[in-house]
Ligand binder design. Sequence first.
Ligand SMILES: Nc1ncnc2c1ncn2[C@@H]1O[C@H](COP(=O)(O)OP(=O)(O)OP(=O)(O)O)[C@@H](O)[C@H]1O
Ligand SMILES: [Mg+2]
Length: 243
Amino acid sequence: MAGAADVNGVVVEAKDVAKVYDQGKLKVNALDGVSLEVRAGEMLAVMGPSGCGKTTLLNCLSGLDEITRGEVLVRGRNLHHMKDDERTTFRARSMGFIFQSFNLLPVLSAVENVELPLLVSGHSIRAARKAAEAALTEVGLNHRLNHKPKELSGGEQQRTAIARSIVNNPDLIWADEPTGNLDSNTSKEIVDLLKRLNKERHQTQVIVTHSEEVAKECDRLVRMRNGRIESVQAIRLLRGRHV
Ligand SMILES: Nc1ncnc2c1ncn2[C@@H]1O[C@H](COP(=O)(O)OP(=O)(O)OP(=O)(O)O)[C@@H](O)[C@H]1O
Ligand SMILES: [Mg+2]
């Protein structure tokens, strides 16, 4: 949870992080010395041209992917010093992920998709179902519990994915173009939902987006280019929620 465990109000600290994709003769410097602090309770937008390293940044800072150089501290803990299974557990307990293409399992209903991470991490069937229903209710989908993804609209699928990302009460959310597949009205609904979760649950959110509309709803904006951070800009003053 946010608060005591945050180190000086900083949830994620990246220090000179580099990521080289090595394909033999071809080496891609996807991240080229990135240093960044993500503050507790902020919504941080990340923008930049296609291929500049945004998804790589999310994957490396969340510990989904290995880094080539540098350090990533999450609440003061060095992610890349952890053993694989320790890092997986740390991620499962404290982070949620939202993707552009929703990544729902097509054969499972909404409630089954949302409860799956809890079942995997050892919760009872009953407890997992209860938490999944509560999460779907929180995103306004209690009337769609038994619908399969293909029976849901795009916005409803993304709400289901957001319910899945919050079902274990993480306080850090990584979102990779969460509105990339949605029309502008639906996109606004999803951003409003993320803002509500940010405020009510004091979630820290890092949101990669190609949309200026989405970015302007965030607290700060990081612009990337060629694997580097080009600028960091304050959009709104932090609303004093997490001091
Ligand atoms: N697994 C991989 N192996 C080799 N190169 C990769 C790999 N993943 C990404 N890259 C390269 O790393 C660079 C950064 O990719 P990344 O996916 O982070 O870009 P992005 O900013 O998210 O782009 P987009 O906006 O199109 O999603 C690109 O040049 C890409 O081709
Ligand atoms: Mg990407």
